[in-house]
Design a protein around this ligand. Sequence first.
Ligand code: PLP
Length: 390
Amino acid sequence: MPIADKMIKMVEAASMIKKMFEEGSQMKEKYGADNVFDFSLGNPDVPPPDVVKQTLLELINNKNTSHGYMLNSGYPHVRQAVADYLNKKYGVELTPDLVVMTAGAAGALNDILRALINPGEDILTPAPYFVGYNQYAFIANANLKTVSSLDNFHLDIDAIKNAITENTRVMLINSPNNPTGAVYNKAELQMLGEVLDKASQRYGKRIYLISDEPYRKIVYGVEVPSMFDIYPHTIVLTSYSKELSLAGERIGYLAIHPEAEDANLIAGAASVTNTMMYVNAPALFQQVVGQLQGVTIDIEIYRKRRDMFCEGLSVAGYEFDIPEGAFYLFPKSPMENDLEFMNVLKEQNILAAPGTAFGGPGHFRLSYAVPEKTITGSFEGFKRALESVK
Ligand code: PLP
């Protein structure tokens, strides 16, 4: 094999996703894009707010706009803007030194995991979970250890308590959640904080909480509690991929609670791992988002789609929890083998992602980052698929 042995499994997993992507394109070519109902990707289609383009144009036309290298953790004025926003919103006292600008949330996860984890230590995360975590754990030489969630996809605190060992370095949570759409409430997060604190004392080793929050702003009538309020040893990371629909521009950040144990040391290490990966986050888009703290796409677009999708799927006979955030539905698969059910859906020109890929077998994920007509046009196919396996 010309490629590294350790890469073989990773390449196989990546080629599954590539295959899904290619199949979608082939089906669209064969049947016409309007006749294929592709819910397999979480790629935002809602346009960025107009102010993004205006800011971009102003920056491009301004001869003082910088396109050069900067400090590897990002422009000081941009990190200051992020710190000011977080301080105002969550009542913390972050300095810009505790913020690292990154290439999206994926960049932030890679930075922080490689900064914190010794080879062979565990990252604990509730399943179902975002598939990228397998790759980030791999790059960090860490074990991704999953722990089951409750039936409604909320945290199973007892299961988490039992899964923590002396090998646990990091607890990684994602709320609003991809793939389930669940938003963890304050009470369960407080219990999680207590569990992490007690376990850290028991093992004489700080367990850090990483809160992966790229969907924080995409919620429907609920608040996402801040982990900064609950457990000081928290690193929050996010991106503008979903909240400003800028996924391809690769811009995000990580922020370390000022009272986290060894906060400055961790920030320094994350800045170094950031440098090692890709030198710095994209210069132009750092300067864009620096001016747009608190700006968000129109969430009502996603809310309308969610309601429409839930209504149609429930009439068709599917079972699911109504998601409180993100832009995914995670219904039960009517067949035990969700991979097989994906093929049944494909016969109806419907593309979805199997729950197994997210550590949530017996379910499937539908992304509603698609036009309304794709949602409404799919209902008959969903109904036929369900009838065909009954
Ligand atoms: N974390 C979660 C839960 C995600 O769903 C995604 C992308 O879909 C990421 C991280 C990576 O996001 P980004 O595009 O900002 O790197």
